[in-house]
Ligand binder design. Structure first.
Ligand SMILES: NC(=O)c1ccc[n+]([C@@H]2O[C@H](COP(=O)([O-])OP(=O)(O)OC[C@H]3O[C@@H](n4cnc5c(N)ncnc54)[C@H](OP(=O)(O)O)[C@@H]3O)[C@@H](O)[C@H]2O)c1
Length: 277
């Protein structure tokens, strides 16, 4: 039996998980990776028999425009396709309104956006129908995995002329999470069979601080001046905290940023200590 199946294993986080979980089988949707098998959540299909499925794909985004009843049906079909395997599903800080930061696992979701509402419902449905499942909430995944940078940093490094057009707010806060740090947290949670809700997140910082911290090791230090956020629809502070991450996984959010250069290739100014990512 395959020990672990990573749905979305061809993606950014999926690649970091695959590098960390020996024997795991990855699925892809449109972009196959080495040894991956095709799986589309929307059409369903057979997943290999396994003890654990990690869902590292945009489940809530795919269901964002569905009605609550359609979402319930889709989640029930997904859980049935697992054939009894334990589910570890990725979730997001968008379940929080951003009116108050530092949200912990015990804080009730108060989503404002369609994406956040879909995610909160999906999380609730999964926990209700598969009580041994684990929902891992995270935020702003960044760093190097699967031979590439994340979707926020990669375009800036590929076309540095874009930098001068960026408007990064100094008053909008997230908990940016390094992709390999996150994968390590998930791997430890799988090993310990954690269930329920778990936040795996880096320390709170503004969007402007995030880009400055992430771009400096890549050699970009001349950045546009930060601005105030004027769009009232942007969630102000969806930063997350977790005593569970520290207590059960032995991971401290202050470590998050030290993982970043460890995985960057030397050509990007990193000092890689783990070539597998
Ligand atoms: N990125 C963030 O900042 C962030 C923040 C909070 C939470 N999350 C959660 O973490 C997950 C992983 O993030 P990521 O940045 O690694 O995403 P990603 O790089 O975009 O990877 C998404 C993965 O999902 C697969 N996929 C897409 N549509 C699918 C479908 N219909 N059925 C099955 N698989 C499908 C993709 O396959 P192909 O590439 O082969 O098409 C890919 O393997 C997200 O989906 C989200 O739930 C992400």
């Amino acid at each position: 039996m395959t020990p672990i199946v990573i749905v979305g294993g061809s993606g950014h986080l999926g690649s970091a998980l695959h590098a960390r979980l020996p024997g795991a089988v990855a699925t892809h949707h449109r972009c196959p990776s080495a040894g991956s098998i095709a799986f589309d959540f929307r059409t369903g299909g057979q997943l290999p028999e396994t003890r654990t499925v990690i869902g590292a794909f945009p489940l809530a985004r795919l269901l964002q425009d569905s009605s609550p009843a359609e979402r319930a049906e889709s989640v029930a079909r997904y859980i049935a396709s697992l054939r009894g395997a334990r589910l570890v599903q990725l979730s997001t800080d968008a379940v929080f309104s951003g009116r108050q930061g530092g949200r912990a696992e015990a804080d009730a979701p108060d989503p404002l956006t369609p994406y956040g509402r879909a995610q909160a419902q999906v999380d609730e449905l999964i926990l209700a129908s598969a009580p041994d499942s684990l929902i891992v909430r995270t935020s702003f995944i960044f760093g190097w995995a699967g031979g590439r940078l994340d979707k926020r940093l990669a375009p800036l490094v590929e076309e540095p002329e874009r930098l001068s057009h960026q408007v990064w707010p100094h008053d909008v806060y997230r908990s940016p999470t390094e992709v390999n740090f996150l994968a390590e947290g998930i791997a430890r949670a799988v090993e310990q069979r954690l269930a329920g809700l778990l936040h795996v997140a880096g320390p709170r910082m503004s969007i402007a601080e995030f880009f400055a911290s992430a771009l400096a090791p890549l050699g970009f230090t001349q950045l546009p001046a930060p601005k105030s956020e004027e769009n009232p629809a942007v969630a102000r502070d969806t930063s997350m905290v977790s005593t569970r991450m520290h207590g059960a996984l032995g991971l401290d959010d202050t470590e998050n940023w030290s993982w970043y250069p460890r995985f960057l290739p030397a050509a990007l100014g990193g000092s890689p200590t783990d070539a597998s990512a």
